[in-house]
Design a protein around this ligand. Structure first.
Ligand SMILES: Cc1ncc(COP(=O)(O)O)c(C=O)c1O
Length: 484
């Protein structure tokens, strides 16, 4: 990065603009230096990124794996002989031991007492959420309370609630920061009906704005009679979730978001007392100890297996322990520190971009600083006349620079609708003829409004060079006009 210049036979060194920016960044964020271990890992375990010139800024979409995770998993599989678990033959018992060991390790990683919590393996966060949705004993007089800011897999639970006659209530988020109005939350939490089933769901970190909704709400809601579902899918990859401090009833996790490999594994961490409330709508192979066709009845397997339909993803599960151990060897607090330093710099840099006529280039959706937020930076780009660049076009142009961003609504319609200023009328029009509308017609109804925004998400091995390259890419839009 330092280029030699020869003047008057003297060798001097001129700093590259990125070096100058890096020095200023280090001074503004002195904690960053303590995370240099991650630069070393980037050069070793993640060398493929720089070898191929990738700027990966989609960690909320999916984490990246270290090469050693693959090697360790492959070595385990190459050396072992493993059969389908839950039988008493040697190879099956060997596998059962590893599956149960992984279960224990997940509890240990989240500092969850085995007396209080159990781990149910699922395919992903969505699988965990669906398990809660279909099994929670919603009925008339019950309530499902949730924040506008939620992933669709949490929103979707409302269909189970409604179909069983429960009431669904949303708590709005307020622009510009898109945090929940705490007065409205307090009022809503007062509405839990004694003796009824009251479920409150929210994300520990928004996958749209990066807002971190307070974990203190868990105890507050529980004290008012709510069961609490904490969606930790986008929080867990760069934040410590300590379940000895916080006691949500249900927590969903997608492991690939934390350490990249393997996909297809996730879990529901459930408090044992809350699990007793759940009523499975069916049973399957693996979930029952005894079933009779003649007597037309069954006994559910006690413990987590009663919730794991069919054969678990058994060969992949030991890779979850490998992945968690890798994260522990790095340190989740170190990852957090690094992510927040880089996020703070990127937000400042993007918000400082103006066209020559004084109009801002960027609109940020979410908090403009690092207070109570994570490493998700959601924006749209605007031209000097305030016209919006389609986020999909910007994503495509970023591809040309090998920068991986993500354009869209990110499965979080509530946050998007408030962020982009959609009215109830706008949206009701979209659903009026929904059975007959094609997606293209839907876009016409929505009348030129953007349906999304552009998300950069910072994670485990993001470097300063990555965020710098994104900021440089953004700068190329200065004084550029939307065409067409
Ligand atoms: C906050 C949040 N919740 C839930 C999910 C669903 O995760 P998955 O698609 O892995 O099931 C996501 C995925 O991006 C998410 O960001």
């Amino acid at each position: 990065m330092v280029s030699p210049i020869v003047t008057d036979m003297k060798l001097q060194f001129a700093l590259h603009p990125m070096d100058t920016a890096f020095e200023a960044f280090r001074q503004a964020y002195p904690a960053f230096d303590s995370t240099s271990k991650l630069d070393e890992l980037r050069a070793t375990e993640y060398a493929r990124l720089d070898r191929q010139g990738h700027v990966y800024l989609d960690y909320t979409g999916g984490g990246l794996y270290a090469e050693s995770q693959l090697r360790d998993h492959l070595a385990l599989l190459s050396e072992g002989v493993f059969g389908n678990p839950h039988s008493k033959n040697l190879t099956s018992m060997a596998m059962t031991r590893l599956v149960e060991q992984t279960r224990e390790y997940v509890l240990q990683y989240f500092n969850a007492s085995p007396d209080e919590y159990m781990v149910i393996f699922t395919q992903n966060s969505t699988g965990a959420l669906k398990l809660v949705g279909e099994s929670y004993p919603f009925g008339p007089g019950d309530t499902y309370l949730l924040t506008f800011d939620n992933h669709n897999s949490v929103n979707g639970i409302r269909e189970f609630a409604r179909s069983k006659g429960a009431m669904v209530t949303y708590i709005p988020v307020l622009p510009p920061d898109l945090r929940v109005d705490t007065d409205q939350l307090a009022q809503a939490l007062e509405t839990a009906r004694p003796g009824k089933n009251n479920l409150f769901a929210y994300p520990a970190q928004s996958n749209f704005t990066g807002v971190q909704h307070p974990l203190e709400w868990i105890a507050q809601a529980k004290s008012k009679g709510w069961d609490v579902l904490l969606d930790a899918a986008s929080f867990a990859p760069s934040n410590r979730l300590d379940l000895s401090l916080w006691h949500p009833d249900f927590v969903d996790i997608s492991f690939y978001k934390i350490f990249g490999y393997p996909t297809g594994t996730g879990c529901l961490l459930v408090r044992k007392t809350a699990s007793q409330k759940l009523r499975r709508p069916w049973y399957a192979g693996g979930t029952i100890t005894f079933s009779s066709v003649v007597a037309n009845d069954h006994y559910l397997t006690p413990g987590p297996a009663g919730f794991e339909d069919g054969t678990v993803n058994y060969l992949s599960l030991p890779a979850v322990e490998i992945g968690l151990k890798f994260i522990e060897s790095v340190g989740i607090d170190l990852i957090h520190t690094r992510v927040m330093c880089l996020t703070g710099w990127l937000i400042d840099r993007l918000l400082a971009l103006y066209h020559s006529n004084g109009n801002p280039l960027i609109r940020l959706y979410g908090p403009p600083n690092t207070h109570l937020r994570g490493g998700t930076v959601q924006v749209n780009f605007f031209d000097p006349e305030g016209r919006l660049f389609d986020c999909n076009d910007v994503e495509r142009l970023a591809n040309e620079e090998r920068i991986s961003l993500r354009a869209g609504c990110h499965c979080n319609p509530g946050a998007r609708e408030v962020a982009l200023g959609f009215t109830k009328q706008d949206l009701e029009d979209c659903f009026r003829d929904k059975d007959r509308l094609t997606f293209e017609q839907f876009l016409e109804v929505i009348d030129g409004k953007t349906t999304g925004a552009l998300r950069a998400s910072i994670g485990l091995v993001t470097t300063f060079a990555d965020v710098y390259k994104y900021a440089q890419f953004a700068e190329t839009f200065i004084d550029r006009y939307v065409t067409g």
